[in-house]
Design a protein around this ligand. Structure first.
Ligand code: ZN
Ligand code: ZN
Length: 368
């Protein structure tokens, strides 16, 4: 634990959702609560760190600040300051809502990472090696959290059940309450000599990578599920899963709608009027296009099979080309003369300023 990166302190990825952060915080706070770790002189400091990390990551503004500047704004505030609500603490120690069988092996947390691809990658699909950090079972203590071959002993407070009950006298009479055992944090076992490599967590952070095959046709926001590649479970619990959230980058030329693509086809005024045979660079090949005479600005040509493949197989979508007719600018005398000729030949009067002797002569003339 570095003590500076709140993501690292809570053991979550930078893309973790608020719910993932909350559950990581509860898990860590439960594990590192000073009451549970009475023998560890650093426990209180670590518990404070966890609280500060959560205060930063649970507040969208503070989290955005950290993501941008890499500093924990307000991290010097004490753990109880402001952002950690009483409800969270109460749930954490007395609710145990996320834990139905406290003493059984607990499944490791899921990990969520992002993979960015180019639009071209969507055509054939792509192989990606995802690098990420995960908590792996400690190799020194084999995940038990106990030092040098010693075994965790049964918790004397709860007799290994992980729960303690008490009778409380309240205004509605005496009520029997069952709460998570604070001595063992609900594990039912108690580590007398914590493993020095993992400080009794049973888990150690490692960098790892896994290679996935992203199929053709994927869209932004779709998630690939890689079973068993998440964090290892504490104390030998099964690992969680890895979720890879896909982001397909925008393309500078093509707009995507599902499996169809759209873009502009630039034509000169003459090409549009007379028609032409043009070559066009599609996403993965050069296309030959027959532009008919009399093409209007905004006309759409559809090229079948030049779009993207659908996710579950089948023919590729279409590419729609919207004609964008360029009107010439800064005409020279020759071009201007020909256009006036053209207007006359079309039975159209030449524009007024042209017939009155040039642009400047006509622009501000008042109509009589
Ligand atoms: Zn260990
Ligand atoms: Zn206990």
């Amino acid at each position: 634990m570095t003590g500076t990166d709140p993501y690292e302190i809570l053991g979550v990825s930078r893309e973790a959702t608020p719910d993932e952060i909350k559950s990581a915080y509860r898990r860590m706070a439960r594990k590192h609560h000073p009451d549970v770790n009475r023998d560890d002189p650093n426990a209180e400091e670590r518990f404070k760190e966890i609280g500060q990390a959560y205060a930063v990551l649970s507040d969208p503004e503070k989290r955005a600040h950290y993501d941008r500047f890499g500093t924990m704004e307000g991290a010097d505030q004490p753990f109880t300051g402001g952002d950690v609500r009483f409800g969270d603490l109460f749930d954490m120690f007395f609710g145990g809502a996320t834990r139905t069988s406290p003493t059984g092996p607990v499944e490791g947390d899921d990990i969520r990472v992002e993979a960015t691809l180019k639009l071209e990658d969507v055509l054939e699909g792509v192989e990606r090696t995802i690098e990420y950090r995960r908590y792996a079972s400690c190799k020194v203590c084999d995940g038990s959290g106990a030092e040098g071959g010693s075994k965790p002993t049964r918790c004397p407070t709860c007799q290994g059940t992980g729960m303690v009950s008490a009778i409380r006298n309240t205004f509605i009479g005496s009520v029997r309450t069952t709460t998570t055992c604070t001595k063992c944090g609900g594990h039912g076992t108690f580590i007398e000599k914590p493993c020095s490599a993992c400080r009794g967590h049973g888990l150690q952070e490692e960098r790892t990578s896994t290679t996935i095959r992203i199929p053709p046709g994927v869209e932004s926001g779709q998630t690939m599920h890689v079973g068993g590649h998440g964090h290892d479970g504490p104390r030998g619990g099964p690992p969680g899963d890895l979720y890879v959230v896909l982001r397909v980058q925008d393309h500078p030329r093509f707009e995507r709608r599902g499996k169809d693509l759209a873009t502009h086809l630039e034509l000169s005024m003459v090409q549009a009027a007379l028609g032409d045979q043009v070559e066009f660079e599609g996403l993965d090949s050069t296309l030959e296009l027959e532009v008919p005479p009399g093409t209007q600005n905004g006309d759409v040509f559809t090229v079948r099979g030049a779009g993207l493949p659908p996710l579950h197989g089948g023919p590729r979508g279409v590419l729609r080309l919207r004609a964008s007719v360029r009107i010439p600018k800064n005409l020279n005398d020759e071009q201007r003369r020909i256009l006036i000729e053209f207007a006359k030949a079309s039975g159209e009067e030449a524009p007024r300023h042209e017939s009155l002797g040039g642009l400047l002569g006509g622009l501000f003339k008042k109509k009589k």
